[in-house]
Design a binder for this molecule. Sequence first.
Ligand code: GTP
Ligand code: SPV
Ligand code: MN
Length: 590
Amino acid sequence: MATAPHLIAPLPLISTEVAAWVESVSALTRPRAVHWCDGSQAEVRELTARLVRERELHQLNAEEFPGCYLYRSDPNDVARVEHVTYVCTRSQEDAGPNNHWMAPAEAHDKMRALFSGCMRERTLYVIPYCMGPLDSPYARCGVEITDSPYVVLNMAIMTRSGRAALERIAREGKFVRGLHSTGELDPARRFIMHFPEELGIESFGSGYGGNALLGKKCHALRIASWQARQEGWLAEHMLIVGLTNPQGETHYLAAAFPSACGKTNLAMLIPPQSMPGWKVETVGDDIAWLHPGPDGRLWAVNPEAGYFGVVPGTNRDTNRNAFDMIRRDTLFTNVALTADDEPWWEGRKKFTPVLDWKGQPYDPKNGPAAHPNSRFTVAARNNPIYSPRADDPRGVPISALIFGGRRREVAPLVYEARNWQHGVLVGASVASETTAAAVGQAGVVRRDPMAMLPFCGYNFADYWRHWLEVGAKLTRAPKIYHVNWFRRDAQGRFLWPGYGENLRVLAWMLDRCTVGAGATETPIGSLPRPADLNMNGLDVTSEALAALFSVDRTLWRQEVAEIGDYFSRYGARLPAELLQELAVTQKLLG
Ligand code: GTP
Ligand code: SPV
Ligand code: MN
């Protein structure tokens, strides 16, 4: 092993700022070696082979799952940790009541102590990356320094990383600095700190997902949302999907649902057999950067190059595209194993697990075989319906924006906002049941405005104001919708079949945006009558339909009161427009 880290990048064009930063981090963390990632396939192959030898990765059945590996994370490190995620702005008000806050100097001191000497006996990896197509003016670059080879492999799939990104950084001179160490994986010494004013991220003590793949939630949402506000655009927790109708017209939709509430599945939807002629293509499954264009429309790019998707529930019936996509060149995290070394998860119909996600003999008494937040990491180009427009540097024009949540009651299947301003209220008042994507109790309803509660890098009151201002710039603003695929009956069964059948709802939205499909006005917005949706071949009882399309005034009066309470936390910074829209709804509810 090298005795001293080599600090000169073996890459053609190197930004002196990156080199200086790597040097200072190296002096603090004391790695035994420094490796500059070039993003090549050879590098990924070599690292993968080493991790297999070191038993960090397990190679899956190479006949059935070629190029696929299993990684088991530490059992106390399986999800995002919102309670130790901080936004460290100079003024606490700028972070807002929606974020944990720490003063930048205090946070830097705390993190410096944790990072001090933390990479002894480890290799420091430098990952230059670009979020968005390399030739897009909307793309933004960063450098992640990490001591986790698992993070290196994930970032190689999830971002455009290596040489080309470093060249863009050298040209632009500006990049987000993300410093990460797994530390000792001690939950008591785990912090995810954001310094939007410095374009910096410091993450310690976790190796999992959004805590550790810093290009994703930390950069592309928390830091980017801050930059977006300054620069007049939006960084959102949204999928982007292209729909082509039987007449051959293509429209793009972007949809924000909270974590583990259906974005990947909607982005990869397969039309039901009873809707021939429809085509669906994925642009993105988790994050959208939205820019007002010179034509008065909103344009979207997906900053990511891969998917870090929820595994449980994926099968031929729910999402055949995803099921096919993850049969090769996929990194699985925390799934179970069959006797034949195939990955297994709840919802996989074939075979049975023998080892659970912890690698222990499977016993149903210990809970599910695969962790409920087990994930696949896979390149977007593996997706059989990856949109050819996904790499377009201009992005795609958006015809409709959708907000949604996971709610057993209250929210109907779908409704349309009265206008942009009302749409901002609809987004700001999203509520959803918590899921396994974050540490904490699942199934608890909480407000999750725009599905951004864990991800907005600044005060929500300022964020909603920014949404209103962006809307004011759009002469051809998308219509705004709310959906809920997760209504349940008294026995807890889903009322709506979901997945591919959700296309019926999207098709109605497109018709609303183009030819003007029918709807009925209600106090919360316009709802389709069942007859306004394509119901061909749909297997849903009339009682279920009645519930899915109803607005219960008693429940909604209560809902409006709760939204008002929630908004009061934001004090004088709350845009008055939201209260005006809420008052309109309240009046209509009578
Ligand atoms: P993140 O990656 O955490 O942001 O999640 P996501 O929003 O992409 O959610 P995803 O599509 O992975 O779905 C999460 C879970 O919800 C999976 O177990 C899916 O099988 C399930 N799911 C997705 N769509 C539907 C639907 O339309 N109906 C029902 N009942 N379940 C769904
Ligand atoms: C989410 O939790 O919304 C995810 C997974 O998409 S993570 O990358 O862990 O944030
Ligand atoms: Mn997500």
